[in-house]
Design a protein around this ligand. Structure first.
Ligand SMILES: *[C@@H]1O[C@H](CO)[C@@H](O)[C@H](O)[C@H]1NC(C)=O
Length: 247
């Protein structure tokens, strides 16, 4: 007797708990749902309950509309709305929604998933863009961001390289025109003296020639003018003198 009572007590307790939570002891078959004091057959996946069963007829079901789904037999009166793979959240459709399964989303190209639930990506972010002066240390994947690292001295990358490249060393017949930076290569060019001599010398000569010409012209003109002035003065003196003598 004691043994039996001990065994019964947990079972009794369970029944009491179920009574408290459900209000009655009716337990439906797994393929049925409870409505009032009835057990009704569930509607199959892809459909919903239109009207509950009665004593006289079975449950009537309606197929889910486009954009809605139910993925398992149900006693629900509404289908679920399909998940929207929002571009604004960095997502695109991986598997389209059907009436029996929700859509599955994945990250857009160039994004990585920051919030994954099971097979479904809920939110994604754009891969980091490496700045000029940095190289792509680790390329971004579906689940990790890009890792950028700075170039070391004497090397450069415009942000798209997977490693920094050494600055070009100008060959002996060339000259450094622009030193390299972390984001740009060095620039080499023809040695300036090679270009300067044939261009500068004729320029200087031409300048000197023109200057000399101008100076000569000014000087000559001035001399000529002062000569004329002197001539004028003498002639007026000659003209004046007789009148003075006559007077
Ligand atoms: C970086 O350099 C590569 C190769 O020289 C070039 O194709 C690319 O357009 C450059 N990108 C930027 C952002 O300057």
């Amino acid at each position: 007797m004691i043994w039996r009572r001990k065994l019964l007590t947990p079972a009794m307790f369970l029944i009491i708990v179920m009574k408290v939570f459900t209000g009655h002891t009716l337990i439906c078959h797994p393929a049925e749902y409870q409505i009032g004091n009835e057990c009704c057959p569930m509607c199959p996946a892809g459909s919903r309950v239109k009207t509950d069963c009665t004593e006289f007829r079975s449950t009537s079901c309606l197929s889910c509309l486009d954009g809605t789904y139910v993925d398992k037999p149900t006693g629900r009166k509404n289908c679920f709305d399909c998940t929207n793979c929002d571009k604004g959240l960095g997502l695109k459709v991986k598997t389209s929604c059907t009436t029996t399964s929700d859509a599955v989303c994945e990250r857009l190209e160039g994004f990585y998933c920051t919030d994954q639930i099971g097979n479904n990506c809920v939110e994604a972010q754009k891969h980091r863009i490496c700045q000029p002066g940095q190289y792509i240390n680790q390329k971004g994947t579906a689940f990790t961001d890009t890792v950028c690292s700075d170039c070391s001295a004497g090397t450069f990358s415009n942000g798209t390289f997977t490693s920094c490249q050494s600055h070009t060393q100008c060959e002996s017949n060339l000259e450094l025109i622009k030193p390299g930076t972390a984001s740009t290569d060095a620039e080499c060019g023809e040695k300036r003296s090679n270009v300067a001599v044939p261009v500068t010398i004729p320029c200087v000569l031409l300048f000197l020639l023109i200057s000399a010409g101008l100076i000569y012209w000014f000087y000559f003109r001035k001399k000529k003018m002062s000569f004329r002035e002197a001539e004028k003065n003498t002639s007026s003196a000659i003209l004046c003198q007789p009148s003075l003598e006559n007077g």
